[in-house]
Design a binder for this molecule. Structure first.
Ligand code: TYM
Length: 374
């Protein structure tokens, strides 16, 4: 989706350039999600969720081992998270919607970490108070997605540190400065909070085991930008006597601008869950598409869905049916339907989603406290 010349950068704090997912698998040393593994998942999941069918989740570590354990009668816990630097955008919902599906299908307990400490430490202008405000507001989005209140625990690092600190110090003792420097690119000028922070993000991977008093497998669904944390976590797991956490990695929902970069600092490229529906509609109208410069050219030569943000939004979140997806693609390529019409269709779906989500988000204020770690 991005300029060919732009170098790919994928770190927990920056995702930019043209993302080459095969290259990431090689660079990060993860495993591709093979058809064989998808078949195993299909058996347990009673079909394949859109995000698996369309290979939005494309890579993993030890997912086969998690399934071996599960088939042998050993349940696993799920762990995912959010860094509350502002409002949630719909890209964040990609791994969370899938996590909820995993929770439902495997009847799994979920630890949902909100790293209000991380965002305070990396964003110069963010105060602790503001970070905690975002933590609370983001928790409403999490609750609104419908996670099971009996099986979901939200952990605010700042508010609930006692849940994690005992594990984090044990992790930290085995991780050297030179390791986190190499993995995260920290420098001598980095503040000491962020240097310690990887131990805090590692901790929930072992929380299920600590609370159960025995080893419990843990699966982490997230986009692949979070992978550096898991490399460090997996390296030290056996030193603490725990299983290595397994991962399943998703691709990134692109932003609405040319090149597909999605960044909260470019709000016109992101649809936030709290955007008034008309604002989201406007963003969709201004989105970059694979259309031609004139109507007659488009009728003649057709558009290019492979570079079209509107196509990607249908594909990732807003068109469940694979047949309809194919229809959308054909209509675009043949020039039969112009971008304006597809934008209109998408805008209607996004507005409907936002209206419903925002209602659930308001209702979540009454029950969110039941989700926080006690
Ligand atoms: P954060 O807040 O940057 O992102 C939250 C989750 O959303 C994923 N993500 C995306 N997925 C699809 N398309 C996108 N455009 C997109 N942008 C972000 C991220 O991979 C993440 O899964 N440090 C973490 C918080 C955290 C965490 C975790 C995340 C703590 N523990 C365990 C995942 C798993 C953070 O700042 O996430």
């Amino acid at each position: 989706m991005a300029n060919e010349e732009e170098e790919m950068v994928v770190t927990p704090w920056e995702v930019s350039g043209k993302i080459d997912y095969d290259k990431l698998i090689r660079q990060f040393g993860t495993q591709p999600l093979t058809d064989e593994l998808l078949e195993r998942l299909r058996k347990h999941m009673g079909g394949l969720h859109l995000q698996l069918r369309r290979k939005l989740f494309f890579s993993h570590r030890d997912l086969d081992w998690i399934l071996d354990q599960y088939e042998a009668g050993q349940k696993f816990v799920l762990y995912t998270g959010r860094g509350p630097s502002g409002p949630v955008h719909i890209g964040h919902l990609v791994p969370w919607i899938f996590t909820k599906h995993l929770q439902d299908v495997f009847d799994a307990k979920l630890y949902f970490q909100i790293t209000d400490d991380e965002k305070f430490l990396v964003q110069p202008e963010l105060s602790v108070k503001k970070s905690l405000d975002f933590m609370y507001e983001n928790a409403l989005d999490i609750v609104a997605l419908g996670f099971d209140p009996k099986k979901t625990v939200i952990i605010s690092d700042i508010k609930n540190i006692s849940a994690l600190y005992d594990i984090a110090v044990r992790v930290a003792k085995h991780v050297t400065f030179s390791t986190v420097k190499a993995v995260f690119g920290f420098e001598n000028s980095s503040n000491i909070g962020i240097i310690f922070f990887p131990a805090i993000q590692a901790a929930p991977a072992f929380l299920g085991s600590v609370l159960a008093g025995k080893n419990v497998p843990c699966l982490i669904p997230a986009a692949i930008d979070q992978d550096p944390y898991w490399r460090v976590t997996r390296d030290i797991a056996s030193k603490l006597g725990y299983y290595k956490p397994a991962q399943i990695h998703s691709r990134f929902l692109p932003g609405l601008g040319k090149g597909g970069k999605m960044s909260a600092s470019l709000p016109e490229t992101c649809i936030f869950t709290i955007d008034p529906p008309e604002v989201a509609e406007k963003k969709i109208w201004n989105a970059f598409t694979g259309g031609r410069s004139t109507e007659s050219e488009q009728r003649k030569y057709g558009g290019d869905p492979s570079i079209c943000t509107i196509y990607y939004y249908f594909y990732y979140l807003f068109e469940e049916s694979d047949e309809k997806m194919e229809e959308l693609e054909n209509e675009c390529r043949s020039g039969k339907v112009l971008c304006g019409e597809h934008k209109k269709m998408l805008a209607e779906r996004v507005k409907k989603f936002l209206r419903e989500h925002q209602k659930k988000r308001e209702k979540a204020r009454d029950i969110v406290d039941d989700f926080f770690f006690k």
